[in-house]
Design a binder for this molecule. Structure first.
Ligand SMILES: Cc1cc2nc3c(=O)[nH]c(=O)nc-3n(C[C@H](O)[C@H](O)[C@H](O)COP(=O)(O)O)c2cc1C
Length: 452
């Protein structure tokens, strides 16, 4: 399909987004899902190796600094975030069992200090040989704040203000040492050149950090930065700092608008549009035939317990729906629609005049991302169209259950994309930046070279 559109050159970027047992809220009930996935390191290694065999750019894991909070009668049937590895620890382990694939882990700017995060990701970049990425999140679950002595969640704008300064400090810390600061010369007994060491001396609204970082400048200069802002502030933040954006996009029209908007906003930060890759989630339900894909989907859908469906929406909408009838409407008046993400969901439910059950059935598979179901050809068609029509630079593949859903995608869809010339057959370059076509950041202390 769409061969006439082939003027856009280059390859689709692909990431694998792994919730432990899979993306679907009932994934763990699938007989082929890894039931203890949240604490099964070998499971993640197998996923990473499968994605690497297929030449994915990266794998990604999300994070929350709390077990899920809410109605235990529902949560007892929903394992995600109840047993969940720290993502940077997990990625460091995976780094040792892979050689090529990018490793993007989430860390919050609301509970950490920039020094810890800068050090952790610099370490991951060295351990993995230049494959680290950081998904910068500001965290929006009140339960997370209560684990850090914060009873009232700071306002959205305040969280982002802290995030801007946080990232700026991390970047400064990563530049603590020039790339060639460590001379390690036994003959002269000189380990490093003190002229190539820079203390940050940062004093801002939220942080005071002297520096330097006790890790050499990372192989990639800075690890790759990712973000998934939906709000206007979130998009502005992404345009300023992000090199990958995971913002959810449901229609091609919406995708094209966001693509232009984000890339347009980058100019005022002195950035080039191609230095940010838009990669929304894609809940790809793949079957050898259309019917098989539909069967996989329906089987998972039929296993959503109504309590879990309601709890899923309660979490997303920030209200307690446990006392509301599943076949009745959402209590719109209780939902705070000043939160951009919630407004988006409410608009969707209102537009379809959906009951709570109808809404959770729509939402449970993809968790707010787009679902594409069908044969490998259909999935590839949809991906091709969005890529060629400049809605996206790539996708974050969110298999409905794991590991089976990833294997099916890799065995059936990847060859189809390769056959169309839309996806690589060999890795190029060495680092995650090389793979994504992103420049290596120049140190803030570098002296500009004079033109000769
Ligand atoms: C693919 C994807 C992954 C995300 N991962 C996380 C995560 O791991 N932790 C988290 O707190 N928020 C996560 N989020 C939420 C975003 O960071 C962001 O807060 C949300 O999209 C709302 O945007 P806003 O902050 O601009 O309002 C994710 C969102 C998307 C779409």
């Amino acid at each position: 399909m769409a061969t006439s559109l082939h003027e856009r050159r280059g390859h689709i970027r692909l990431g694998g987004f792994f919730h432990p047992t899979g993306n679907h809220v009932a994934a763990w009930l699938h007989p082929e899902a890894q039931i203890d996935a949240g604490v099964n390191f070998r499971h993640y290694v197998e996923l990473a190796q499968t994605a690497e065999r297929a030449k994915f750019d990266l794998i990604f894991v999300a994070d929350a600094a709390a077990a899920r909070d809410g109605n235990l009668d529902a949560l007892k049937r929903w394992p995600q975030y109840m047993a969940y590895f720290d993502p940077t620890m997990l990625m460091a382990g995976i780094a040792a069992c892979t050689t090529q694939i990018g490793l993007v882990a989430t860390a919050s700017t609301s509970f950490n200090e920039p020094y810890n995060v800068a050090r952790r990701f610099a370490s991951l970049d060295w351990i993995s040989g230049g494959r680290a990425g950081w998904n910068v999140v500001t965290s929006s679950q009140p339960a997370e704040y209560r684990n850090f002595g914060i009873n009232a969640m700071p306002p959205h704008s305040e969280r982002y203000a802290r995030a801007w300064e946080f990232v700026d400090v991390c970047r400064g810390l990563w530049d603590s040492w020039d790339d060639d600061a460590f001379v390690r010369d036994r003959a002269s007994a000189l380990y490093f050149d003190p002229d190539k060491l820079h203390n940050l001396h940062h004093h801002g609204k939220y942080f005071s950090v002297r520096g330097p970082l006790n890790v050499a400048r990372p192989p990639q200069g800075h690890p790759v930065l990712a973000n998934a802002g939906v709000s206007d502030t979130g998009r502005e933040f992404a345009a300023a700092i992000a090199e990958i954006v995971f913002t959810p996009l449901l229609t091609l029209d919406e995708a094209q608008t966001l693509y232009r908007d984000l890339k347009g906003r980058m100019v005022k930060y002195g950035r080039r549009p191609e230095h940010l890759k838009v990669m929304p989630g894609l809940n790809a339900v793949v079957g050898r035939t259309e019917e098989e894909a539909e069967e996989i989907h329906q089987r998972l859908q039929s296993q959503i317990h109504p309590d879990v469906g309601r709890q899923l929406l309660s979490t997303e909408l920030g209200i307690d729906l446990s006392g509301f009838a599943v076949d009745g409407p959402l209590p719109y008046h209780l939902i705070d629609t000043t939160v951009a993400q919630r407004k988006m969901l409410v608009d969707r439910a209102k537009a379809g005049n959906l009951t709570i059950r109808e809404f959770y059935l729509q939402y449970a598979g993809a968790r707010g991302q787009r679902t594409v179901k069908g044969s490998p050809q259909r999935i590839a068609d949809e991906m091709e169209e969005w890529f060629l029509k400049e809605g996206v630079d790539g996708f974050l593949i969110q298999p409905p259950y794991l590991p089976g859903g990833l294997k099916t995608f890799v065995d059936l869809v990847i060859p189809e994309l390769q056959r169309r010339g839309l996806f690589r057959t060999e890795y190029e370059g060495r680092t995650l930046r090389d793979r994504l076509g992103l420049p290596r950041p120049v140190s803030r202390y570098a002296v500009p070279k004079m033109a000769t």
